[in-house]
Design a protein. Sequence first.
Length: 674
Amino acid sequence: MQADDLFGGGAERQPQEPKPAKEKPVAKAPAPSTSESYGASDIEVLEGLEPVRRRPGMYIGGTDSNAYHHLFAEVIDNSMDEAIAGHATRIEVHLGADGYLTITDNGRGIPVEKHPKFPGRSTLEIVHTILHAGGKFDSKAYETSGGLHGVGVSVVNALSDDMIVEVARDQQLHRIIFSRGKVVQDVENVGRVQNRRGTSTRFHPDPEIFGATAHFSPGRIYRMTRAKAYLFGGVELRWSCDESLASDDVPAKAVFHYPDGLKDFMTARIEGETRIVDDIFAGKTGRPGSHGSVEWAVAWTIEDGSVSSYCNTVPTPDGGTHEAGLRLVLLRGLKNYAELTKNKAAATLTAEDVLGHCNAMLSVFVREPEFVGQTKDKLASQEATRIVENALRDAFDHWLGSSPQQAGKLLDWAVERAEERLRRRKEKEIDRASATRKLRLPGKLADCTQNAAQGAELFIVEGDSAGGSAKQARNRANQAVLPLRGKILNVAGASREKMAASQLISDLIQALGCGTRDRYTEDDLRYDKIIVMTDADVDGAHIASLLITFFFQEMPRLIENGHLYLALPPLYRISQGGKTLYARDDAHKNELMATEFTGKSKADITRFKGLGEMPYAHLRETTMSPKTRTLLQVKVLDDHQATKTTVDRLMGTKPEARFEFIQENAEFVMDLDV
């Protein structure tokens, strides 16, 4: 297409030379350029539905698959408006193998008589061929409706190469046929019908607009149909498609009717997911479909959540003012509950903390709503915020108060998210502040000389004394030592503030260099093996447990990628004659005494008080040299959630859970030699 064709310029015009004067000849004026000839004749006036075909993106957002399926939404929304207004109880959707889609309702049917403003033309024709023609510009025909611009079905007509509309009114069946927005067959009375009323629209999107390969997805149309039934419990949706289009996920026939609406929808949506709280916060207010009525369903799960919202049954994927009201209610309600329970940590909560893993569905009905754009992806009506707030505020307060245990779990979870958010912000600020600085490592870290992580090892030891021995025993080329003074914080029962204030944790994170949680970066890990090396006694086992808990909670991918190990230092050194062996524990010592030291001379048994008391040569031989040491690799069970539950039970903030574990396993405890 030429540029002039696009704007109605037609063929290129040649400038005319001016005629010479009769009295005396003059030089010819230079010919004007094409741009200078721009005039009134270049202005094209598009009539009827031609603007839709020229610029479909202005009306349905484009010509891709989303726009293709949006045609179905425009048609079924008209039928849903009839149902919401109380005039239809059933809507049928049929997808044919020929690419035609048919939507039928048992509503009042579009009027077919002559329109008073367009003599000689049927109202049925006017609705389908003139933009901004419809019955939804005031509240006489519809109190609330999804289509307010009067362009929906006319746009579908303009972008279809074939559309057949049948209307059953007063026991008479009328039919009109269109193609690309123009009437192919005027309205005709097909004959008398009984037990039938409403409108049936059968259409096929134009391949000239959408391309020859474009088609309706049976699964997508099926899900869109089902969603409409969830949004209005008073209507029955009947789905059908040709057998060739049916599959395991898409039946050839189905009937959808959900009296509990969004609660049924949410139950199906989160099936199989692990819930943070068991109950679904759901309810509805107002007469269904009336102005100001609201329906909602909210559930919290450990999986990533999402919010799905609707206005007058029209999906609003970009949210809007009604979602803003939902966020305000959930945030304020949870904060108010925290004040009642004197939980001061909730003061830092934001809507992001509450809605992060929240699955929410919200449906609101508003008279004459304002949307952003014709495709109605975002609601702009300020009134919707107030409507949602008023509907949900008391209901959410009551829901929290009626189940303190559930409310407490939800509050604790939200507070944990807030602490995590603040920690991430602090880490970003630190990263930003130190972006131009040289890498600074903890002062107590004795680093190895090689720069590559491959083959490098970090030994985490308890105490400066053990650290001194380990530094002497190590291979400086690839073995680093980080002494930790005292026991590391139990992160399973600590707030983010306590973790941020812990110097031990700060040193450890800094030494590893890979970040924590969702900021963990494998490529930034400075060592190939992280080896926890503690004393072979109860205190050493406790410190090792605290460190493993830290890595499991803050750096789970470090464990998953096989970087975490436990060293097995000996508890005893046994010598007899020229033979020297090491025993891990009492049982191993007894085994060696019975099998290896059976001579007449007395064996010399030395019990190490700790790694700090062990000569560095012995420490190197038994625990640090790859040739002679024994390491245990730390792995997580396949059932990650079961592992997390066990860690929370044994290391978390609830002592009653640990006491219960001790009671359950008391029979397995052996006498301790203390």
